[in-house]
Design a protein around this ligand. Structure first.
Ligand code: ADP
Length: 401
């Protein structure tokens, strides 16, 4: 079946059309600057387009992509009806969604109830859903949640040390994010190593601009470093990760800041950007600067690597062992130096890295030596493919083949 995968953000909408049988990507594209001016990117194996197209809102963005898909020259289908099902990436499903679902009015209502939990992401996702429903009312829509894979965490992992009543009243707990990536990568690692995911303990380090680590034991998440929001855990590009709330009260008093101002600092001005004294949140630029003896850039990378290693160590303890450690996402896939630096802390687990393998660029590669007690892998994440797979599965259950 042909699946249209949609990842809708506040001013952008990424899309792919994937053939679920061959898993071939037929079209890949992006509507950017929606509501501002509009840039449309569209690629197939025959055409590559990037052009300004006015898109006032998400409905116009979806309309633009549908017109391109059915265009006689650049298109890949004759009619919308050739799209069998649409899979939407949905960020926050709260505790309600433990797997992918057909998008119904009830699902939209339940998601709207989660808007408070992800005010930047969920409403933007729903706008994308709404636009597709308007233009393709007869097409089945499936929602794939970024929080669903993490819903196997036990209370000991997801509860904060806060009064229990706040969990009961407001569902304040750790949810974990990047679940679609953690699922895809942990399963791909097992497949690559010819293991059954149900037999192995895997730690996935999703290190991008946003970064999270998960512990996946026998196919199920036991922990994820992100929390109630995607702010907790690792030091990230611009997000602070774990920080003592007491320091925030102190800062608020000293600088006379209110909560929204504090949150803006934690989300946008912190992480490696903040540590490097606003030099950059981009790990490539930090590396270039480190070579030129920029001390704060070097410190930012050092803190990042140290924190990742600490989480890996704690997750090995949480699972009482680890078989595979996997690096993925922008930094994890491309920055061999940071991988080496992280692994330098992990000798106690019997890990040794093959320097040449660590510099290889591939969809999947094992970078640990054959004698290493733990397999260390680099695997390119593919969230769109995971969404397409889950969407196909739900569609099959709904009677579409
Ligand atoms: P997100 O999806 O969270 O925006 P990505 O997974 O796309 O993030 O990762 C973006 C990050 O990847 C950027 O900070 C960039 O510095 C880093 N990155 C990309 N390519 C390289 C590279 N070759 N070396 C080091 N870092 C890289």
């Amino acid at each position: 079946m042909k699946i249209l995968v949609i990842n809708s953000g506040s001013s952008s909408l990424k899309f792919q059309v994937i053939d679920s049988e061959s898993e071939e990507v037929l079209v890949k594209g992006l509507c950017e600057r929606i509501g501002i001016d509009g840039i449309f990117t569209y690629r197939t194996d025959k055409v590559s387009i990037k052009e300004p197209v006015a898109m006032k809102n998400h409905t116009e963005a979806v309309n633009t992509l549908l017109e391109a898909l059915t265009d006689s020259e650049k298109g890949i289908i004759n009619d919308y009806s050739e799209i069998d099902v649409i899979g939407h990436r949905l960020v926050h499903g709260g505790e309600k969604f433990t797997g992918s679902v057909v998008v119904t009015d009830e699902v939209i209502e339940a998601m709207t109830e989660c808007n408070d939990l992800a005010p930047l992401h969920n409403p933007a996702n729903l706008v994308g859903v709404d636009a597709c429903r308007k233009l393709m009312p007869d097409t089945l829509m499936v929602g794939v949640f970024d929080t669903a894979f993490n819903q196997t965490m036990e209370p000991k992992a997801y509860l904060y040390g806060l009064p229990y009543r706040y969990y009961e009243k407001y569902k304040i707990r750790r949810y974990g994010f990047h679940g679609i990536s953690h699922k895809y990568v942990s399963q791909r690692a097992a497949e690559f190593m010819r293991q059954d995911p149900k037999d192995v303990k895997t730690i996935v380090c999703h290190l991008g601009n946003g970064a999270s680590i998960s512990a996946v034991k026998y196919g199920k998440v036991v922990d994820n470093s992100m929390g109630f929001t995607p702010l907790e855990g690792l030091v990230m590009g611009t997000r602070c990760g774990d920080v003592d709330p007491g320091a925030l009260e102190f800062l608020a008093k000293k600088e006379n800041l209110d909560f929204p101002q504090i949150m803006a600092i934690l989300n946008q001005e912190s992480g490696v950007l903040g540590i490097s004294k606003n030099f950059s949140s981009d790990f490539r630029e930090l590396k270039d600067a480190e070579i030129k003896y920029n001390e704060k850039a070097a410190l930012a990378r050092e803190i990042f690597a140290y924190k990742v290693a600490k989480y890996v160590g704690s997750y090995a303890a949480a699972m009482n062992g680890v078989d595979n450690i996997v690096f993925t996402a922008g930094v994890g896939e491309n920055d061999s130096d940071i991988r080496q630096e992280i692994c330098n802390y992990l000798g106690f687990l019997g890990i040794t890295i093959d320097e040449l393998k660590n510099r290889e660029q591939a969809e999947a590669v094992r970078i640990s030596e054959g004698t290493s007690r733990v397999n260390v892998l680099v695997i390119r994440t593919n969230e769109e493919l995971e969404i397409a797979r889950e969407t196909a599965e739900v569609a099959r259950q709904a009677g579409i083949s």
